[in-house]
Design a protein around this ligand. Structure first.
Ligand SMILES: *[C@@H]1O[C@H](CO)[C@@H](O)[C@H](O)[C@H]1NC(C)=O
Length: 488
């Protein structure tokens, strides 16, 4: 993270059904949303660190950071760069993985019908393979590779970087409850994704998730090692609850439910992001309330409060919106709040439908239709239905951005092996008002300001920087929009 079509076809679902008494196959053919879904996953491939597999799609990327971990005599090759720079930050990487895993669980049929399930699984595994390395030793988790200050003084592609690959860890004497618990959540959720296809791998993930949760719970302390880039402002209670909820979902062990009911702390909030997970846990736990666990009613009430603050038709609506109708909480990767809301509204909307439930906001009631319509409107804004009439996803739709604030995308392949020092790198590849030579396909950029205005310049990073967790949260809403009539 840096320092900080208009002609939209109506949703068309084509059922490729050979109807001989039974349905043989279903394909989803809203080509616009399908295209956006495919591309949103391709962007995550462009963020991969380490040794790339042969089927890697962004052709301008190569192997990078193959010595990561060496400084500490451990193997930390792999994982994701978070945004436009070349640092691997544990907290947002884990959140990216958790939200992808939830998408793969909740929208498995949609992703399968769209032909994207394997790509999403591969994206999750790119995270969990790394976490298995980072958590190889008990009561220790490697949480960052790279020196953000030095990295930000250099504008070079990750394949060519020479800045220090400083390794940070948390352990019993230097705890970091947020990161340990978020990584536990990521591994527990991911274990559910791989259960059906790779049991041994799923078991390894779940075992590690349990240990990390115990570690997080028994060694409490806020971690500020990723500050000022990823400071936890909200503390660790949300991550502990989130991890417990995912572990309960993955195991149905009463100890986790007991923790959720007796020990965890919850709060009403009106946003969902890499730092603040309460709204997500509340939605997640609501399904167990709907299935009959009356003790979890307070989570359903809190999930409703979240919806009531965000849904514009609600009497308690209170979050900032642009005149053109996009959530705008703050400049700097603002689209994360847009996809974050679309993500929870989609999942909760489908859950309400499945259990025939509604949300009560004062004297007004909202059902699944309202929630899904809001999620669609937020995604449509990003994809082109906005006052500027342009797409905010690179390589998609009408007039997409050309100057993503992204090191790899801005260095031409023809100059990939050029030796350029850090100061000159900015002159050569950054300070030029020209399109990136490499298309950062599928990246949803930070997006417009609070007046719906957008500046497509590499150095306005608050508007043009992409982040993995903006895209990870777009996968579920786009999967839903691709195949609206598949029942969750
Ligand atoms: C625990 O982590 C701290 C901070 O990262 C580090 O300074 C310390 O050496 C670590 N302790 C052990 C036993 O490795």
């Amino acid at each position: 993270m840096g320092t900080f079509a208009r002609t939209y076809a109506a949703a068309v679902v084509a059922w490729l059904a050979v109807f001989q008494g039974h349905l043989v196959s279903v394909a989803c053919h809203d080509s616009n949303y399908k295209d956006a879904l495919t591309k949103s996953i391709i962007f995550l491939e462009a963020q991969r660190s380490g040794k790339l597999p042969p089927n890697h799609r962004p052709s301008w990327r190569g192997d990078s950071a193959l010595d990561d971990g060496k400084e500490a005599n451990v193997d930390l090759v792999g994982g994701y760069y978070d945004a436009g720079d070349n640092v691997k930050y544990g907290l947002p990487m884990a959140f990216t993985t958790t939200t992808l895993a939830w998408s793969a669980i909740a929208y498995k049929s949609h992703l399968q019908a769209a032909g994207e399930l394997e790509n999403v699984r591969a994206a999750i595994r790119w995270g969990t393979d790394y976490f298995l390395k980072a958590a190889a030793r008990r009561d220790r988790l490697y949480v960052q590779v790279g020196d953000p200050v030095k990295d930000h003084e250099c504008w070079v592609r990750p394949e060519k970087m020479k800045t220090p690959r400083t390794v940070l860890q948390i352990n019993a004497s230097a705890p970091g409850t947020e990161i340990a618990a978020e990584t536990a959540a990521a591994m527990a959720a991911s274990s559910m994704v791989f259960r059906g296809t790779d049991r041994a791998y799923a078991r390894r993930l779940l075992n590690k998730a349990k240990l990390l949760f115990e570690f997080a719970k028994s060694h409490k302390g806020t971690y500020d090692g990723e500050c000022p880039f990823y400071c936890s402002y909200s503390g660790y209670n949300d991550e502990l609850l989130w991890a417990a909820a995912w572990l309960y979902h993955a195991t149905f062990k009463s100890a986790y439910l007991h923790y959720i009911k007796e020990e965890a702390v919850s709060a009403v909030v009106d946003e969902f992001n890499w730092d603040l997970k309460y709204a997500g846990v509340q939605v997640l736990l609501s399904q167990f309330f709907f299935k009959g666990d009356q003790c979890l009613k307070s989570y359903k009430d809190q999930a409703d409060s979240y919806i009531c603050s965000v849904l514009p038709e609600s009497p308690y609506f209170k979050i900032p919106m642009t005149p053109g109708g996009m959530i705008h909480l703050r400049d700097g990767a603002n689209t994360q709040y847009v996809t974050g809301a679309a993500f929870l509204f989609t999942i909760y909307g489908d859950m309400l439908q499945k259990f025939n439930q509604k949300v009560q906001c004062g004297d007004k009631q909202f059902d699944s239709t309202h929630l899904l319509a809001f999620a669609k409107q937020q995604m449509d804004y990003i994809l082109g239905k906005n006052p500027e009439g342009r797409s905010y996803m690179v390589g998609f739709g009408n007039n997409p951005p050309k100057q993503a604030h992204h090191r790899g995308a801005s260095v031409p392949v023809s100059e990939a092996n050029l030796e350029v020092g850090c100061p000159m790198s900015f002159v050569r590849w950054y300070n030029k008002d020209v399109p990136n030579p490499n298309e950062l396909t599928g990246a949803i950029l930070g997006g417009p300001d609070k007046q719906d205005h957008f500046t497509d310049l590499r150095w306005t990073s608050v508007y043009t920087e992409p982040c993995t967790y903006v895209n990870s949260q777009a996968v579920a809403p786009l999967a839903k929009l691709t195949c609206p009539s598949i029942k969750p």
